[in-house]
Design a protein around this ligand. Structure first.
Ligand SMILES: C[S@@+](CC[C@H](N)C(=O)[O-])C[C@H]1O[C@@H](n2cnc3c(N)ncnc32)[C@H](O)[C@@H]1O
Length: 275
């Protein structure tokens, strides 16, 4: 079983709120004028950022009155995007306390704190009552959770019957030695990658019906190619970005992840399931 401390150590920044505030000032914005579009570069911590989020949500039938669960919300960028676009109430949970505190501050800056609540919880044993939510999603979290059977049965428990659950995770595509560190793990022993088939089996055994699986590997490689071209043209990355989260480890983690994807050892996959 993966040690919870290993997971939170991977993501701990130490001074994240301050780092984001400083970068916002460099953008020429204030905490009153910053928008969720400005924040997307840092608060959507998954391959493809906002573009990938929109692609996933186009396949989920959430409606306006739904109360949605964000499993492993990080800073809550996806939760704010969903609340802003669909007017949903969203509750996000995450193991990393610093992300929860920082994410709640970000929600108040963009005045979405009434719709979005982020709280410190382990996805493997959530405090919510059965059937509390009308839908759920999880982006780039399963790579940190070895016990997928327990994870999905816990998500299933807190969803009402008929609810959609959208997953967008980095998954194992074929055997091969992976380069580390990557954004979710410093080394192989703290990475819990599984194949799409293993995800689908765990989802089905937890009580979900899986309707779709999409390999987003090519999209991922195109996304990083464009990002690199943009950064080169601008003489470096913008003030706010994933480098704000991962600091000096960013180039090595991104390079290894891209190399692993290019070798087809791993790829981000979407899976759409329904309780
Ligand atoms: C790569 S980040 C993705 C964050 C967010 N979903 C996003 O796309 O921006 C992975 C997140 O999963 C969280 N996480 C990992 N294991 C978890 C668990 N058992 N329960 C709750 N959160 C977890 C980490 O703390 C981290 O914030």
């Amino acid at each position: 079983m993966l040690n919870i401390n290993a997971v939170t150590e991977t993501y701990l920044h130490g001074d994240l709120l301050n780092a984001i505030e400083t970068s916002i000032a460099k953008l020429g914005k204030t905490l009153d004028s910053v928008t969720i579009e400005d924040l997307a570069a840092v608060d959507e911590f998954h391959i493809g950022g906002r573009v990938a989020t929109e692609h996933l949500f186009d396949q989920l039938n959430f409606s306006e009155q739904d109360h949605i669960l964000d499993v492993g919300c990080g800073l809550g960028g996806v939760a704010r995007f969903v609340a802003n676009k669909y007017n949903n109430r969203v509750t996000g949970i995450d193991l990393t306390q610093e992300y929860i505190e920082t994410g709640n501050a970000l929600s108040s800056w963009v005045k979405l704190d009434e719709l979005v609540t982020l709280q410190h919880e382990d996805a493997l044993s959530m405090s919510f009552q059965d059937e509390s939510f009308d839908g759920a999603y999880m982006l780039h979290v399963g790579m940190n959770v070895e016990d997928k059977a327990r994870l999905f049965s816990e998500v299933n428990r807190v969803l009402r019957p008929g609810a959609f659950f959208g997953v967008y995770d980095v998954m194992r595509q074929k055997e091969g030695e992976l380069a580390f560190p990557v954004p979710w793990a410093a080394e192989n022993s703290t990475s819990a990658l599984a194949s799409p088939d293993e995800y689908k089996q765990a989802l089905t055994e937890a009580g979900f019906e899986v309707s779709k699986e999409v390999n987003r590997g090519e999209f991922a490689l195109d996304f990083f190619k464009e990002l690199r071209a943009k950064n080169e043209a601008n003489g470096g990355p913008p003030p706010l970005g994933l480098h704000t989260l991962m600091k000096e480890s960013t180039p090595a983690k991104l390079k290894n992840m891209i190399d692993n994807i290019a070798a087809e050892y791993i790829a981000p996959f979407e899976i759409i399931a329904q309780k």
